[in-house]
Design a protein around this ligand. Structure first.
Ligand SMILES: [Ca+2]
Length: 195
């Protein structure tokens, strides 16, 4: 191998190594395919259902091993027909780590719907230190309104993490009372940087 070839190879190695260090361009780890079990509870890895004590008998949060878009499992929410006439946004939720302030990300996921009268959504919330002030918010439901009965459909939204954000939270859900008698499944959620 001549000297010129060695220099070219050296440059290529540097490029490969630089690419390999590119955690900035890789997806954030959110376990959005709901395949792995959490350590302490029988729920998908660090995803939790928002159960409201007074209405819990009217809602079923399920870690479903019969219906999936990716792998063998998804998460679902089913609301009983006789759920009280009350506005509640039921959702599966998780806080995400590894984000950077000022950076723009795309949140995407797959949704399957059965008898929904108002859209299912996947949203992102950026909270400040006090946890009472939401600094940033975006939802898939404006551009991708999933209603009625639909097979797996991809939804997306873009968000930038505002300065001062201390917690970024994903929520995937449906609301009452419109969706009484309806059910939704979520799978294949991911968050990837755009810049
Ligand atoms: Ca899955």
């Amino acid at each position: 191998m001549n000297k010129k070839s060695l220099i070219v190879m050296a440059i290529m190695c540097v490029v490969v190594v630089a690419g390999g260090c590119g955690s900035e361009t890789s997806e954030l780890s959110i376990d959005g395919s709901f395949e792995s079990i959490s350590t302490f509870e029988k729920t998908p890895n660090d995803w939790y259902p928002t159960i409201v004590t007074r209405t819990k008998e009217f809602v079923d949060f399920e870690w479903d091993n019969q219906v999936a878009y990716v792998g063998n499992r998804s998460v679902s929410i089913a609301i009983d027909l006789d759920h009280p006439e009350e506005q509640i946004a039921y959702n599966w939720t998780k806080t995400i780590t590894g984000y950077e302030e000022g950076k723009t990300y795309e949140l995407s996921g797959w949704v399957k719907a059965e008898k929904l009268n108002s859209p299912a959504w996947i949203c992102i919330q950026c909270w400040g230190e006090s946890k009472t002030e939401m600094l940033g918010f975006n939802t898939t439901q404006r551009d991708y309104p999933i209603t009625g009965t639909m097979d797996w459909t991809q939804v997306k939204t873009v968000f930038t993490v505002p300065a001062g954000t201390t917690e970024v939270r994903i929520r995937a859900g449906i609301a009452t009372p419109d969706n009484r008698g309806g059910r939704v499944w979520f799978d294949g959620l991911s968050v990837r940087p755009l810049d």
